[in-house]
Write a protein that binds this ligand. Structure first.
Ligand SMILES: [Zn+2]
Ligand SMILES: [Zn+2]
Length: 195
């Protein structure tokens, strides 16, 4: 162990008396935490008080989500929490300092897993956050493909006009009309570049 000079020991003592933890004091002096602890005992200074288990909500993410939803007719749910304005309003809330998307949490409540890609409201009620009414990318593509078949929009083509493979890139709009996600992304990038 590197011996500490008296200036460093004095500094440690000052930090400890000000309530610093061993870890915090060790960081300040660039020494090992165990060294700081040793000097605390030598200096006879009591351990730093534990941080109060504080104002953290005892609720889980799902329980906190529940506080911001209002059931409306036919099993749909309205979001009463925060809205981040934008082209498609982001519905969100904060839990233990982390921002969560209302739709993503709704998806996880129903399926027990993290969503893949973006999560959208798939029922006819805009902004609905009912777990039964939201879908992630693969789920949305599956259910919209059914709609495409029903509405007669599905095509047997294996590639789009630019040669992107259908199996990988085909997506559907709300009516089941197919489009190529790769072409879509390309158009949007070009627009962004032009802006
Ligand atoms: Zn709904
Ligand atoms: Zn394409």
């Amino acid at each position: 162990m590197r011996p500490l000079d008296s200036a460093a020991v004095n500094r440690l003592a000052t930090l400890f008396r000000a309530g610093a933890t061993d870890a915090a004091a060790a960081r300040q002096l660039n020494i090992a935490k165990s060294t700081a602890g040793l000097w605390r005992r030598r200096l006879g200074i009591a351990p730093a008080p534990k941080q109060p288990s504080s104002l953290r909500s005892p609720l889980t993410v799902a329980e906190k989500w529940q506080q911001f939803v209002r059931p409306v007719e036919d099993g749909h749910m309205e979001w009463t929490g925060r809205r981040r304005p934008g082209p498609s309003a982001v519905l969100e809330f904060t839990h233990h300092g982390r921002v969560h998307s209302a739709r993503r949490v709704a998806f996880t409540i129903r399926t027990g897993r993290e969503p893949e890609g973006t999560v959208t409201t798939e029922c006819e009620r805009a902004g609905c956050v009912a777990p039964a009414c939201v879908e992630d990318e693969p789920g949305r593509t599956r259910s919209r493909r059914h709609l495409a078949v029903v509405n007669g929009y599905e095509t047997p083509l294996a590639e789009c006009t630019r040669g992107h493979a259908t199996a990988e890139h085909r997506r559907y709009d709300r009516d089941g009309r197919p489009y190529c996600a790769a072409c879509h992304a390309l158009t949007h990038t070009q627009k962004a570049d032009a802006a």
